[in-house]
Design a protein around this ligand. Structure first.
Ligand code: CMP
Length: 338
């Protein structure tokens, strides 16, 4: 799907007004899926400069094997993606182990936030109790991977959910100050940076706020200059791209080896998802037209975070075939590697 057909691709999000509102009074609202949609979840009036850099670093000594297993556990934590090497070392120093038994409540909804947790092992269930409802509802869970407990620390609000251990396990915890001083500053900048992009992609409107924030954490900027090959037909796929700025040409090689332009994409569009949906090689080549800014999402994060968009992406992908028949005359004229 290249330029979204459901609404204007370029700046078509319409939710951008909060971006101008950054000086407004800080009144964070829980960015929780069950609490209904907010227009913007990124433009919270958090000022990263409020968290002083001059606090002493927290160091919890660890054995080599502890450090190695911690380094492994944090590898896939999206919130840590924008940290540089030194910041990452500080994060690893600051974390301490917390063991849990089956049934332990790691976090209780409504409590003040103390720590952020990265899962070393164990299964955990997430419950949310809505106002007016008698019982908490199971809204999700974690299975030996992932992290939780960031919301209360990020938005200075009570815990938005209860997290309970299903079996015995082990967690790596990070205190609130270290989380805010190192992780939050970076994650906040990134979430802000990608707010307007995520708002401009109509397909992503199917995601809940909490899911879109996780997506912002996972995106990686990739910039190209005129004529660069961003994707090559026939190559193996490692991720997909969202268009942040500029234009790309989509080119396909026909049965005679002749290249034909089949589409273009601009801001709000996306490409590179088809090979991930079909588990096949790249079906077309993508060239940059002028300077192009994209946000890249790797295949692992794609599978983890874009589940709610899969059906829409698949439906949009069905249009590709019609488009090819229109351009190439018949299906048999196409080098079909899909
Ligand atoms: P926090 O509010 O600090 O503590 C509870 C944590 O549960 C929360 O941060 C999130 O990390 C995590 N969580 C997982 N799923 C949800 C959800 N659907 N709504 C709110 N919090 C969730």
């Amino acid at each position: 799907m290249l330029s979204d057909t459901t609404s204007t691709a370029v700046g078509g999000g319409g939710d951008g007004e909060d971006a101008e509102n950054q000086d407004a009074e800080p009144e964070p609202t829980p960015p929780v899926r069950n609490v209904g949609r907010r227009k913007s979840v990124f433009a919270e009036a958090y000022n990263p400069e409020d968290d002083a850099d001059d606090q002493p670093a927290v160091v919890h000594p660890k054995s080599d094997s502890q450090r190695a297993s911690l380094a492994e556990a944090v590898k896939h934590i999206l919130l840590f993606r924008s940290l540089d090497g030194e910041q990452m070392q500080q994060v690893l120093d600051a974390m301490f182990e917390r063991r849990v038994q089956a049934g332990d409540f790691v976090i209780k909804q409504g409590d003040d936030g103390d720590n952020f947790y990265v899962i070393e092992s164990g299964k955990y269930k997430v419950y949310v109790k809505m106002d007016g409802e008698a019982e908490p509802k199971l809204v999700g869970g974690y299975d030996n991977a992932g992290s939780f407990g960031e919301l209360a620390l990020m938005y200075n609000m009570p815990r938005a959910a209860t997290v309970q251990a299903e079996n015995g396990g082990s967690l790596w915890a990070m205190d609130r100050q270290t989380f805010r001083r190192i992780v939050l500053k970076n994650a906040y900048k990134k979430r802000q940076m990608y707010e307007s992009l995520l708002n401009s992609v109509p397909m992503l409107k199917t995601l809940e706020n909490y899911e879109r924030m996780n997506l912002a954490d996972a995106l990686v900027p990739r910039t190209y200059t005129d004529g660069d090959t961003i994707i090559k037909q026939g190559d193996a796929a490692d991720g997909m791209y969202f268009m942040e700025d500029g234009e790309v040409r989509v080119v396909k090689i026909d049965g005679n080896g002749v290249e034909k332009e089949i589409n273009r994409a601009t801001k709000g569009g996306y490409f590179g998802e088809l090979a991930l949906l079909t588990n096949k090689p790249r079906a077309a080549t993508i060239f940059a037209v002028g300077t192009v800014k994209t946000a890249f999402l790797d295949v692992e994060a794609f599978e983890r975070l874009l589940g709610p968009c899969m059906e829409l992406m698949k439906r949009n992908a069905e249009d590709y075939e019609q488009q090819l028949i229109r351009i190439f005359g018949s299906k048999s004229a196409i080098t079909d590697i899909r």
